[in-house]
Design a protein around this ligand. Structure first.
Ligand SMILES: [Fe+2]
Length: 262
């Protein structure tokens, strides 16, 4: 598909994003902190997607589309946290689907061709699914993969800072208010050792959640992303915040192998 995204159009979406986010103003510091967190996350995902996209050799129009996708990918998060005070989709709403609804309802992409709109809707909709389904539209599949890699890079950035105490205090929303109890769940251990997707419904405590995030390494789509992960030492940073155990060593040994078969 020949993708054309005018510079001006990208600027309009950027401005729309900033104006939209600034409609969410809360006296409650906890909620406002999470609004700010998602705004900052979005900005960094834009940089990550441009970085990966550039290394993959995308042209300027494709990069502009990638940036729009990154800008809008978590747009549902703002309404989610304001309405339900949680980022847990299972306890509130699927934030990705809510995001698509908002973008359609507010006609954010009105000036764009239907084919471009579809690529954005599709990438946003699938970005947070535990695994990416096979999508028939090749471009949609590609941009979904790109967004999922870029999003994971910044979630690792946020959580590794948080787990290592650099997040500026406690924020239960980042870790879905999971209890910080001992041990790991048998089901999570088995899933990871089988290189299968770990589902959030099986996560029982903070250790499980860290393992779910470490297991995303099996869901990375591009070798350039693997190189970035290796350089930033995300896996090592997650592991050092987990208790020492034979099971955890086995899991991380397997995860590390994935890092070297890109
Ligand atoms: Fe995100």
């Amino acid at each position: 598909m020949n993708i054309i995204v005018d510079k001006l159009r990208l600027e309009e979406v950027k401005k729309w994003f900033t104006d939209y986010v600034h409609t969410f103003k809360f006296v409650d510091q906890g909620i406002q902190q999470n609004i700010d967190l998602k705004e900052d996350h979005t900005m960094r995902v834009c940089n990550e997607i441009l970085n990966i996209g550039t290394q993959l050799g995308l042209n300027d129009d494709e990069l502009r589309l990638a940036e729009i996708i990154a800008l809008l990918h978590d747009i549902g998060r703002f309404e989610q946290i304001s309405r339900y005070q949680t980022f847990m989709d299972s306890k509130s709403v699927d934030h990705a689907e809510l995001g698509v609804k908002i973008v359609k309802h507010l006609e954010v992409l009105k000036p764009f061709d239907d084919s471009i709109k579809e690529l954005v809707y599709c990438s946003v909709k699938y970005h947070s699914k535990p695994s990416l389904p096979v999508i028939e539209n090749e471009d949609c599949m590609f941009f979904s993969k790109l967004l999922r890699d870029a999003d994971k890079l910044d979630i690792w950035n946020v959580v590794t800072e948080y787990y290592n105490g650099k997040g500026g205090g406690k924020n239960g929303a980042i870790v879905l208010d999971l209890p910080d109890t001992h041990g790991i769940s048998e089901k999570i251990y088995r899933d990871l050792m089988n290189k299968s997707t770990v589902y959030i419904k099986d996560v029982k405590n903070l250790n499980d959640f860290k393992l779910l995030q470490a297991g995303w390494i099996f869901d990375i789509n591009f070798s350039v992303t693997i190189d970035i992960i290796r350089n930033r030492r995300y896996l090592e940073m997650i592991k050092q915040t987990l208790p020492e155990s034979k099971e955890i060593d086995e899991i991380f040994h397997l995860l590390q192998l994935r890092m070297f078969k890109s």
